[in-house]
Design a protein around this ligand. Structure first.
Ligand SMILES: Nc1nc(=O)c2c([nH]1)NC[C@@H]1CN(c3ccc(C(=O)N[C@@H](CCC(=O)O)C(=O)O)cc3)C=[N+]21
Length: 291
């Protein structure tokens, strides 16, 4: 292995320590404990693991854990009513609707019931629009965490070729926009890209977010490149990503492992977004009370 490891577990721990200090400062100044409301529908085992970790780490950083678990067959209007209730509850700083939802539920309209100031996942249409326009707002956790991981290498993105493989609403789409915001030259590749090897091997920074196990091999990677593996797949031999770690780490300059890379950073960024949200809501209430 020639690549240097980007240790997501360690960087996430550092971010959480910073968040915990911010929570303390905010609580002492305002008397408010930031609250994270997670909504889990049904019993998807992977989702249960992720939500449990989010709740545990929220508590560990000093926030209130405000969880709702709904039956797998819950009706769309019932979920909508719960989100609206959380939207109006001053104890709730952030609302996270864990995806994917059971097939009978339509996630888009439900997500868009989350007020932008509580959208700690950065997934509402409004938050996406603010990102597209380069205006301040809460950013999606996974792409935002990836930027933190790249920053940890000390490499400046400005002018570099960044290739994002994947264009999902949760990751690939916002990832490309965040990289562009950092003045990288951004290419979005996807399942219809004709020659992925030709495109990917031009990348100084390669983000694998296709959701295809082991899609990216040594032939896709320019020597010395930064390779970020956003994929997470449960196989018989354990968790793996979109990257063939063993062969790519012989070529890349920097690489994230799975597990221990992007996953923990996603949660740390969610917690950072939740304190930011609590602060923004407090400031808005201050303005309103002075009006
Ligand atoms: N509304 C919404 N927001 C999300 O942010 C969201 C979501 N839905 N749906 C699913 C994806 C996936 N996701 C992960 C979070 C943490 C780990 C994580 O901590 N992974 C550990 C391994 C944990 C394990 O699986 O054992 C690691 O990579 O080291 C992985 C994946 C958030 N997502």
């Amino acid at each position: 292995m020639t690549a240097q490891l980007i240790d997501g577990t360690r960087i996430a721990r550092e971010v959480r320590a910073r968040v915990a200090a911010e929570v303390t400062e905010f609580r002492e100044r305002t008397g408010i404990v930031p609250g994270l409301a997670t909504i889990l529908v049904g019993e998807d085992p992977a989702s249960e693991v992720y939500v449990r970790n989010k709740r545990r780490l929220a508590v560990e950083t000093g926030m209130a854990d405000l969880h709702r678990h709904l039956d797998a067959d819950v009706a769309q209007p019932t979920v909508a009513a719960i989100i609206e209730e959380l939207a109006h509850d001053d104890a709730v700083s952030g609302i996270l609707l864990q995806l994917p939802l059971p097939r009978h539920l339509e996630s888009g309209p439900l997500i868009d019931l989350i007020p932008a100031l509580k959208d700690v996942d950065g997934l509402t249409t409004l938050s996406a629009g603010l990102l597209a326009r380069g205006r301040p707002g809460l950013r999606p956790c996974t792409p935002s965490g990836v930027i933190t991981l790249i920053d940890s290498t000390g490499i400046s993105l400005e002018g570099l070729n960044a290739v994002v493989v994947g264009r999902s609403e949760l990751v690939g789409g916002p990832m490309s926009r965040l990289l562009l915001e950092r003045n990288a030259t951004v290419t979005t590749a996807h399942s219809r890209t004709r020659d992925l090897v030709a495109v990917a091997s031009e990348a100084d920074v390669l983000i694998a977010a296709a959701g295809v196990p082991h899609l990216i091999g040594a032939e896709h990677v320019k020597p010395g490149a930064v390779v970020i593996d956003v994929g997470i797949h449960r196989t018989e031999s354990g968790l793996t990503g979109d990257v063939r770690f063993d062969e790519v780490s012989a070529v890349a300059g920097w690489i994230t492992p799975v597990p221990g890379g992007v996953g923990p950073m996603t949660i740390a960024t969610l917690l950072a977004n939740t304190v930011t949200a609590a602060r923004m809501q407090w400031e808005q209430r201050q303005l309103a009370s002075r009006a």
